[in-house]
Design a protein around this ligand. Structure first.
Ligand SMILES: Cc1cc2nc3c(=O)[nH]c(=O)nc-3n(C[C@H](O)[C@H](O)[C@H](O)COP(=O)(O)OP(=O)(O)OC[C@H]3O[C@@H](n4cnc5c(N)ncnc54)[C@H](O)[C@@H]3O)c2cc1C
Length: 391
């Protein structure tokens, strides 16, 4: 069985690895001329890292990843800790896989290095699909065509494969934008930042920071109201002074992290409504193409990695002749769609919960956080404890 994957982001590359491990002949087509992830940091929870560990990426993950000690939320002005859940060793003990922070470029390199170069075709922008009897023909902008038994659209939030399956609908602007920055840790040494994933919650905005690249850099993401800004691009610059102004009156630590940056990027945040189906015949969607979500649960890539684990299992059964290819893709969709939808909706809900203005609702939220503090990482058991390959 030949599987064509469109898109070599975190989802597409992981899918290539899981499919090949399952014994499926796999090729990837990527529109970019080189594989590149800019845009700073990414968090990966155990539901995703357990899949990557099984793909033999443990050395690369350990080399490049930072394991946070805890995940915590703090209040925007006085810095009061609202909740703190252990990560680090305790998370690994409970869930059997670590929580990691990466520089995106390191993660992408780790994945790309594990995929044989000869199966990755760069500079191939998919422009159309056609189902022909028992196969799918894929057309590329450069005039090349390819034929496979299955096509997986891992082509991101603006997916053209998605358009083929569910028609045209635009991504939805969330009203928020992200300022992102990387600060050399030495510049923040006197602030004694702990190795945590820290989220500061305040009126209409929130601020997240953590270490990446062996603790050499502090990555920050500052979510603020978007105004007229609508551009999604890791390379769109945002003035540090503007980012700082957005956090006027916030805790000195937040302001110190922003002020220590020499540059920031701005990224408008979009998501999509959950879909009712991810497949049509022998074509399926994976990752942001299927379930683009806001980054407020830090799960977009993690869910793409889970997709990759499940789709390979299902197609392996088709290759073994136990079910049809169409049946395998439907099974993949049925396994994955409800969970990814829950995470998509949860991410949207966090966009409201995290941005409450001070008042009754905010006090109720903080009280709920305070009760949860007594808990441990098991709070996230449904998310972190999930083993996409278990059944
Ligand atoms: C501010 C921010 C913070 C985030 N933080 C986290 C986090 O901490 N943890 C987490 O898990 N997730 C996080 N995410 C989400 C995560 O970045 C995405 O969910 C993830 O990168 C999606 O991967 P993907 O492979 O599905 O899509 P993409 O990474 O978008 O990859 C799609 C690929 O397809 C290619 N492509 C597109 N169209 C075509 C075509 N027609 N032909 C050929 N190739 C094509 C593109 O060039 C690209 O390489 C965050 C997102 C944002 C915006």
């Amino acid at each position: 069985m030949r599987v064509i994957v469109i898109g070599a982001g975190i989802g597409g590359l992981t899918a290539a690895l899981t499919l090949r491990r399952a014994g499926l002949d796999t090729v990837i087509y990527e529109q970019a001329r080189e594989l590149r992830e800019v845009g700073a940091g990414i968090q990966l929870s155990p539901n995703a890292t357990r899949v990557l560990l099984r793909l033999g990426l443990d050395d690369a993950l350990r080399r490049d990843g930072v394991r946070p000690i805890a995940g915590q939320f703090r209040r925007w002005d006085d810095g009061r800790v609202l909740s703190r859940a252990p990560l680090g060793d305790e998370c690994e003990r409970i869930f059997g896989a670590p929580y990691y922070h990466f520089h995106r470029a390191d993660l992408l390199t780790a994945l790309a290095s594990a995929v044989p170069q000869e199966i990755v075709h760069l500079g191939h922008q998919c422009v159309g699909l056609e189902s022909v009897s028992d196969s799918v023909a894929v057309r590329f902008y450069n005039g090349v065509t390819a034929r496979g038994d299955v096509v997986i659209g891992a082509d991101g939030i603006h997916s053209m494969i998605r358009r083929e399956i569910v028609g045209d609908e635009a991504p939805l602007f969330s009203g928020s934008i992200a300022y992102r920055g990387l600060v050399p840790a030495t510049r923040l040494a006197r602030h004694g930042l702990e190795t945590n994933a820290t989220g500061w919650l305040g009126p209409d905005r929130h601020f997240v920071h953590y270490f990446v690249s062996g603790r050499r850099y502090v990555n920050f993401v500052a979510i603020v109201p978007g105004g007229d800004w609508r551009i999604e691009s890791w390379t769109a610059k945002g003035a540090v002074a503007d980012a700082l102004e957005e956090f006027d009156g916030w805790h000195p630590q937040v302001r110190a992290i922003i002020a220590a940056a020499t540059a920031t990027n701005r990224w408008a945040l979009y998501d999509r409504d959950p879909l009712e189906r991810w497949t049509a015949g022998r074509v399926a969607l994976l990752g942001d193409a299927a379930h683009a979500m806001l980054p407020f649960m830090a799960q977009g890539a993690a869910q793409a990695i889970e997709d990759a684990a499940v789709i390979a299992r299902c197609l392996a059964r088709a290759q073994a002749g136990e079910i049809s290819i169409e049946g395998a893709l439907t099974r993949y969709q049925d396994k994955r769609l409800p969970r990814a939808t829950r995470v998509q909706n949860g991410s949207r809900a966090n966009g409201v919960r995290y941005h409450l203005r001070d008042g009754e609702e905010q006090r109720r939220r903080d009280a709920a956080f305070a009760t949860a503090v007594a808990g441990t990482s098991t709070l996230n058991a449904w998310l972190f404890g999930h083993d996409a390959e278990a059944d």
